[in-house]
Structures are given as structure tokens and as C-alpha cells.
Design a protein around this ligand. Structure first.
Ligand SMILES: Nc1nc2c(ncn2[C@H]2C[C@H](O)[C@@H](COP(=O)(O)OP(=O)(O)OP(=O)(O)O)O2)c(=O)[nH]1
Length: 390
């Protein structure tokens, strides 16, 4: 091991990685986690994120977040916190950029519909699918499937996992990334940080996209104390932002202040938790509760913001209406490929015809999950003659 003085003892040190499933010669100039990050950025699944829904369907507007811009924002927030905590920024970046690779087209609507279609075949879950993408579905290297990422990046990607799935992963890969769910252990600090950065990022950008879309208003946001506090701070510091023509800048400034406050809060609360727990190694952070955390008041405020977004944006009638049509597209695609697997790309068609019903269903789920929104819409039109989404 080659300890790096910029990293704390509790950080994941790349030279002490638990390694890759297929051994490879180390890169001459890059750390193992840099190499993971680079593999993710060059993957096909990563490029597809640009045309995948975060909340608003991809065709609804060019300026809304997509899974790609969301992942970049998570990486940005994660890296800046990681540097302050002296944990590995490259690992945080790799996990952040890969955490949503398994998302279906049409965001939560697509995932829910695919989960229903797969009810008799083990279901569908985007976290498991993200791992499946980096472990199996990417086809880029001569001697292995997937990207052959390090244990630490793969473990960070698998944010949630049921006991049943964890057991299956553990049987296939003893001592692997499923084990911590069976032992009820937290992952590395880098992975813990990505989970929180994900939440901070989407809470902030969904306010921005929600107001941009007109589905929520600045006035409504008065009921969210976290946002309201920084809106008032922005108005007090810059009175000209009260003019109606300046309201977009007011929104940005309030979000900017809110983001900064959350970042500093995580740094302070986590530093205090680390000081109390005093973990002497990367393994010593694997406790039952996360060490990367908000302070209690910030956590409570963040929950209020989340609830507001859920009620007023994610369950808005207009979002629900497109959600219904997006689910129909996914269900119809699944039915069409079940009847005619040869309509899929050859690799998936071949897979579907090579096994029993469960193998066939999984091949169809993999094919659909990999689609971008617009590819799914076009494919649906080709197979059904209907255009449900424009
Ligand atoms: N349209 C819609 N969007 C939702 C819903 N629930 C969450 N979202 C939005 C909020 C965020 O922009 C994003 C977060 O979803 P993710 O799938 O990335 O995170 P989630 O916490 O559901 O899963 P995760 O813990 O990351 O595995 O999706 C929903 O029911 N409908």
C-alpha cells in the first residue's frame, strides 16, 4: 500500500482497494478509482443518461435535469464535501456518475412499470440494475463483461438491496458487495457521502425545474422553511431581486445559499461524528448507522422539503398524466417483446431465446431498461403503431 497524505486514515485508499473481479495490471498514472471513473464516463450506459428522465420527460424541455446532469451535480457536490473530509474524491466521483446507470427510460414511471412486468421473475430495481450494467451489460472489453470496476465503486453503486437479493449476490460472489446488507453494515464513507449528495442535489434541482416548469411557484415555496430562510437572506442582501423581472435570479440565489448551507452542515456534522467515532481505518466506518450525515435540524428541514416536492411536484396532476402514458409505453414494449423477442437487438433476442421464461423476461427487462426515453417512444410506435408521448 502507498498511503496518500491527502487522505485520512478512514478514507478508501485506492492502493488498498479490495480489487477487481478480474485482476488487471494497475494503470501507470491513474489510481484505481480514477480508472473506474474514466471507465464509467466512456461507457455507453453513461451516454444514454443524457436522454433519460429525472422528473420531467426528456422531450418536455431542453433545460430540465436529465439523469446525466443530475449525476454530474451529485458528483460536484460529493467531490467538494469529500475534499473537506479528506476522503477519496475520485471514488466519490465514480460512484456518483454511475449510481443512476440502471435507471429505465421515463424515470420512476418506467421503473414502476417494469417492476410490475417482472413481478413473477424477481422484479426490477434500478440500484440492482446499475450494478448489473457495470458488472455484465456493458460490452467493451476483450476478456470480461461489464467494466470490471473495483469492489469499492461497485459497493457504492449498490445503495439499497433487499435481503433476498443480497443473499443471491452473496451466493454468486462470496464476500462481495451483497454482504453488508446481510450484516446490516454501512458502506465506505465515500458511498455514504454519495447517498447524501444525491438527496441534496435532487432536492435543489427539483425546486429549480419545478419552478421553471410552472408546476410550483416561488409563493408556494414559502411553506418550505429551508428554502424560505435563504430566499429571505437573498432578498435582504440584494433588494433588487424583489422585482418580478429578477425572480429567476432570486430563485437561483436562494438555491445557491441553500446548497452551500447543506454542504457546510454535512461537513460539520460528519466531522463531529468522525471525531466521536474516531475510525482508524476505512473498515472501521462500517457501523450500523452512517457517519456521513446532516445535523438533526438540517435533516428535519430536508424532510420537509422532500415532502413538499413529493406532494406538489412528483404527484402534480400534469406529471401524473405523463407518468400514466410512460408506464403504458413500458408495459406495451414488454408485452411486444415477450411475443416477438426477435424484435429486440440481436444480443438480447439471442439471450431471450437461450433460456427459460425467467431468462427471457430478464433479457427483455435489460433491453427496455437500457433505452433512452426517445428510443422507447420510437420503438413503441414501431411495434404498436401508437404514439403515446411526443
Ligand atoms: N416523477 C416522479 N419523480 C420522483 C418520484 N420519486 C422521486 N422522484 C424524483 C426525485 C428525484 O429527482 C429523483 C430521485 O429518484 P431516484 O430514483 O434517483 O432516487 P430514489 O431516492 O427514489 O432511489 P435511490 O435511493 O436513489 O435508489 O426522482 C416519483 O414518484 N415520481
Amino acid at each position: 500500500m502507498n498511503p496518500r497524505s491527502d487522505l485520512a486514515a478512514y478514507a478508501c485508499h485506492p492502493a488498498a482497494s479490495r480489487g477487481r473481479r478480474h485482476p488487471e495490471t494497475p494503470a501507470p498514472t491513474r489510481s484505481e478509482y480514477q480508472r473506474d471513473r474514466d471507465r464509467i464516463v466512456h461507457s455507453t450506459a453513461f451516454r444514454r443518461l443524457v436522454y433519460k428522465t429525472q422528473v420531467f420527460l426528456n422531450h418536455e424541455g431542453d433545460l430540465f435535469r436529465t439523469r446525466l446532469t443530475h449525476s454530474l451535480e451529485v458528483a460536484q457536490l460529493g467531490r467538494s464535501i469529500a475534499r473537506s473530509l479528506r476522503i477519496d474524491e475520485d471514488l466519490v466521483e465514480a460512484i456518483s456518475l454511475a449510481h443512476d446507470l440502471g435507471h429505465t427510460p421515463f424515470g420512476h414511471a418506467g421503473q414502476d412499470a417494469l417492476h410490475e412486468c417482472m413481478a413473477d421473475h424477481g422484479g426490477f430495481e434500478h440500484n440492482l440494475q446499475s450494478l448489473r450494467v457495470v458488472d455484465r451489460l456493458e460490452e467493451r472489453y476483450p476478456h470480461f463483461d461489464g467494466l470490471n470496476l473495483t469492489f469499492e465503486t461497485r459497493e457504492g453503486i449498490l445503495k439499497h438491496c433487499s435481503k433476498v437479493h443480497a443473499q443471491q449476490i452473496e451466493e454468486a460472489e462470496p464476500g462481495g458487495v451483497g454482504g453488508r446488507f446481510l450484516r446490516r453494515e454501512q458502506p465506505s464513507l465515500e458511498a455514504q457521502l454519495c447517498n447524501l449528495a444525491d438527496e441534496i442535489a435532487y432536492n435543489a434541482h427539483d425546486i429549480d425545474d419545478g419552478v421553471r416548469s410552472g408546476l410550483i411557484t416561488l409563493d408556494q415555496l414559502r411553506e418550505v422553511p429551508l428554502f424560505d430562510e435563504y430566499r429571505h437572506a437573498a432578498q435582504a442582501a440584494h433588494p433588487h431581486l424583489n422585482e418580478v423581472a429578477m425572480h429567476r435570479r432570486l430563485l437561483y440565489e436562494a438555491i445557491r445559499l441553500m446548497l452551500s448551507a447543506q454542504v457546510y452542515d454535512v461537513i460539520d456534522a460528519t466531522s463531529a461524528a468522525l471525531a466521536r467515532a474516531a475510525p482508524a481505518s476505512a473498515d472501521a466506518v462500517r457501523l450500523s448507522a452512517p457517519l456521513v450525515c446532516f445535523s438533526e435540524p438540517m435533516r428535519e428541514q430536508s424532510v420537509v422539503l422532500k415532502r413538499f416536492l413529493f406532494k406538489n411536484l412528483y404527484r402534480h396532476a400534469q406529471v401524473m398524466e405523463t407518468t400514466g402514458r410512460a408506464k403504458q409505453v413500458v408495459r406495451d414494449l414488454f408485452t411486444a417483446y415477450l411475443q416477438s423477442p426477435h424484435e429486440m437487438k440481436p444480443a438480447f433476442a439471442q439471450q431471450a431465446s437461450a433460456g427459460d421464461m425467467a431468462v427471457k423476461a430478464r433479457a427483455i427487462a435489460d433491453f427496455i431498461a437500457g433505452m433512452t426515453d426517445r428510443f422507447a417512444v420510437r420503438e413503441h410506435q414501431r411495434l404498436t403503431g401508437l404514439r403515446l408521448l411526443d
